[in-house]
Ligand binder design. Sequence first.
Ligand code: NAP
Ligand code: ZN
Length: 389
Amino acid sequence: MVNIETKLQELYNVYEARRRKGDRVMAFIYSMPTDIYFGRDVILKNDEAFSKFGSRALVVTGKRSAKENGSYDDIKQVLANTGIDHILFDEVEENPSLETIEKGRQVGVQKRVDFIIGIGGGSAMDAAKAIAVFIKNPELNMDNIFEQGELDSIPVIAVATTSGTGSEVTQYSIVTSNKEKTKKNLGQKVFPKLAFLDSKYTHDLPYDITVNTAIDAFTHLVEGYLNTNSSYMSDIYGEKGFELFKYCFKKLLDKDLDQEFRERVMLASTLAGIQISQTGTSLPHGMGYPLTYYKGLPHGLANGVLTMEYLKSFKDKAKIDRMLALLGLDKLCDLESILTRLIDVKLDINEDEIYEYSRAFVSNKAKLKNHTEKVGLEDIIAIYKRSLL
Ligand code: NAP
Ligand code: ZN
């Protein structure tokens, strides 16, 4: 058992080595414009926070869960208390399509809404952000959205009901383009003005969605931590997140999803969101999108299934060792045994499909740039093959 002080010293040495090489890890721009409200009944206790955004809101949700977990009831209550009208758009599907976003825009424009409240998992929150951009920019459509410069949006308030994406504190909106047959970032920066996090909404989240979404949060921590854009500042969030995951992994494996677990995993997910808002994600996220688009794999599992081979591919393991220490683990194979127990993915996939996904992925320079080591087509193919065949 390697002691944690030794590993801390090792990390310090890594920073020192990067600094001596002229690496600007100590230089960063940190921007987190979202006000975060975290805790029990946090929506009901803060109704004044809603007043400044206008008199009519579009509430954007998935088809069912927001009506069942109490989040929509709490929002209705504060909107009534503050005299704000609202219109419900509850048609967001998982991995929201641009077609649905266009539909949401039409409702918002027709009802002349001032702001949007997105309630749900990442799908509803991301759709809310995209609809907010579309409402503000009438010339936008499904065909020209990805070629735009920076655009404004009407204000967005986010209420998270899963603990995974961190979308409530990120600027990203991941949408499905059926024309391009993939998922991609809208390419606009839409930080929610307010993020509400109350773990009571997640109490009845089924075990499988709890695992999938927690794995998503974990992969954000990993990819944000082992990222070209990571800095001393972003690492603070990553490292606190790993400490929380030491506890969360045990609870997930024990299937002991009590209130304390729900709260801690929600916090870990938000910390991970703050971290990737600064760094972006890396290889598993970019490589996971076709597994969701073509094979229907839930987002968290699509990243999670690639994570071990991605980690094994690193030549420089110093920061990975530090991550393992914070997770209370000795070796990468300890993490592998946890992920193998949590992730059970059997995909019907062949080599031709892997080549196709890999070729498309290496053309995505943004994600390759975030990886700290040089990788090419053969490396990407190898990660897919070792993970999936
Ligand atoms: P999701 O697709 O939002 O929701 C998955 C399922 O969980 C849906 O069936 C949903 O039902 C249900 N659900 C949500 N909250 C629930 C609750 N409290 N109790 C019971 N069921 C609940 O899943 P997600 O993993 O949170 O989001 C995934 C999406 O986020 C992907 O599109 C991914 O690409 C994106 N993402 C975005 C970011 C970002 O920074 N913007 C980061 C990572 C991932 P309903 O449909 O009825 O609501
Ligand atoms: Zn993710």
